[in-house]
Design a protein around this ligand. Structure first.
Ligand code: FES
Ligand code: FE2
Length: 387
């Protein structure tokens, strides 16, 4: 490799590597991140969880509070998720050591020693929001839980549904897709044109990108009256709105988070939110959310990528399958050294510049930008249409 290519390769790999020792890994840990769907964790149960290449135990105490602690017991290192929940503590099944939600060891029954010990495993703050369990894996006190919030994800009059997928590819190519409005015109007609592309249309958009106090605002204009605004929040959330299932249905707000499990796997966490309309419509939409929420295109890899068979559904399953084929088709790790960017990749270049600025600051121990919730909510297409 010549020196120029080597420099470019190492610059690009800084965007994709998220282990604790990396600049990106440190940057991402400064933000609250969704790590699980709340309803999949019943009170009194524990499960293994891997996030940012770190193995952890996620459990819900009998009080209903969720907790996130290290994966293995400090004693003789068996898996903690196989233990018992007692009140809000987790007890190891091997010799009974117990830990509270901060990871502090609070009981070692066979030691016959009542004095407090200072043994601890990792423990991270948790906050539930919009049906997702968020965690803060950074150093020190977590920031207030503000940046991920959107009115539509917390309005009790709306139908709100959280769910997740687990894709076998690097997180950054999934984040880049959020800044690639052109993909909509092509990717979302593959296999079949569903409701999404029918309404957005296949016209090639004119693109604009602006940095905001929260992230990046993307505007894709496909002609008069067809202006698609999306509201991307640093470092990995995209808030978009998409047409509903049937003509006349309200549009659906979608919050997408792409969260690294490790550098080769990524959770695609979503909150879906749509206004309540009438009891019959609400029931139909709720049933649809439940059914579509269970679809994960990574479970249909060969069917999609080898056989080119797309799901019958016309909205979420189809859209997700189409996105999966494009992004997973880039490989587990997209080969950015051999890509050929053009004018239409303005959003990708913009995104990489924003991240590079931040990880340079981390590497040089300089302050990073303080990203804050938008002072005024972005006006996404459905809201424009209603005016
Ligand atoms: S390994 Fe957990 S108590 Fe011994
Ligand atoms: Fe897409």
């Amino acid at each position: 490799m010549n020196e120029h290519i080597e420099r470019r390769a190492s610059r690009l790999s800084r965007l994709t590597e998220t282990g604790r020792g990396t600049a990106m890994g440190q940057l991402l840990r400064r933000f609250w991140q969704p790590v699980a769907v709340g309803r999949t964790l019943e009170a009194g149960t524990a499960q293994q969880l891997r996030i940012f290449s770190e193995d952890l135990t996620l459990y819900r105490g009998e009080s209903g509070r969720a907790h996130l602690v290290g994966s293995h017991c400090a004693h003789r290192v068996t898996l903690l998720s196989t233990g018992w929940i007692e009140n809000d503590a987790i007890r190891c099944m091997y010799h009974g050591w117990a830990y509270d939600g901060t990871g502090a060891c609070i009981d070692r029954p066979a030691e016959r020693d009542e004095r407090p010990c200072n043994i601890r495993i990792a423990g991270y703050p948790v906050h539930e929001y919009g049906g997702l369990i968020f965690a803060y894996l950074g150093e020190g006190e977590p920031p207030p839980f503000e940046l991920p919030r959107k009115d539509v994800f917390e309005d009790p009059s709306r139908i709100i549904y959280a769910r997740s997928e687990l894709w076998n590819c690097n997180w950054f190519q999934m984040v880049e897709n959020s800044m690639d409005a052109v993909h909509v015109s092509f990717v979302h007609q593959k296999g079949r044109s569903g409701n999404f592309i029918k309404v957005v249309s296949q016209a090639i958009p004119e693109l604009e990108y602006f940095e905001t106090e929260a992230g990046i605002r993307q505007i894709a204009t496909r002609g008069e009256g067809n202006v698609r605004v999306s509201d991307w929040t640093f470092p990995n959330n995209n808030h978009i709105s998409i047409p509903g299932m049937e003509a006349g249905d309200a549009w659906i707000d979608v919050g997408h988070w792409n969260v690294p499990v490790d550098d080769e796997h990524t959770y695609r966490m979503n909150i879906w939110s749509t206004p309540s309309q009438s009891p019959a419509v609400d029931e139909r939409i709720t049933a649809y959310f439940r059914q579509a929420g269970a679809y994960d295109p990574s479970q249909h890899h060969d069917e999609l990528i080898v056989q080119g068979r797309y799901p019958a559904d016309h909205l979420f399953d189809l859209t997700s399958a189409q996105d999966y084929v494009a992004q997973r088709g880039q490989g587990v790790m997209a080969d950015r050294e051999h890509e050929v960017l053009g004018r239409s990749d303005a959003g990708i270049a913009f995104l990489r510049r924003v991240f590079t600025h931040e990880i340079d600051a981390i590497a040089e121990s300089k302050p990073t930008k303080i990203w804050t919730k938008l002072r005024e909510a972005a006006v996404l297409p459905e809201q424009v249409a209603a005016h």
